[in-house]
Design a protein around this ligand. Structure first.
Ligand SMILES: [Zn+2]
Length: 65
């Protein structure tokens, strides 16, 4: 009987650790999917794909100039 209780405790702990470990990852993916607007053509693109120049964002290197 004690073995079953230990097994349940271990499974619960593993589940909680896996759940808390997944949280920061979700935050990172939320950040990378943040949208910015190209200053040149007003196109909305994910920040991860955008080109930054100072405080301004651009959809590509070509629009940076
Ligand atoms: Zn653009």
């Amino acid at each position: 009987m004690y073995q079953v209780l230990i097994l349940i405790t271990v499974i619960t702990l593993v589940y909680l650790i896996a759940r808390s470990a997944r949280k920061p990852k979700a935050n990172i993916s939320e950040k990378s999917s943040e949208m910015v607007k190209c200053k040149n053509c007003d196109l909305n693109i994910p920040k991860s794909e955008a080109v930054q120049s100072g405080e301004n964002w651009f959809c590509s290197e070509a629009h940076k100039d």
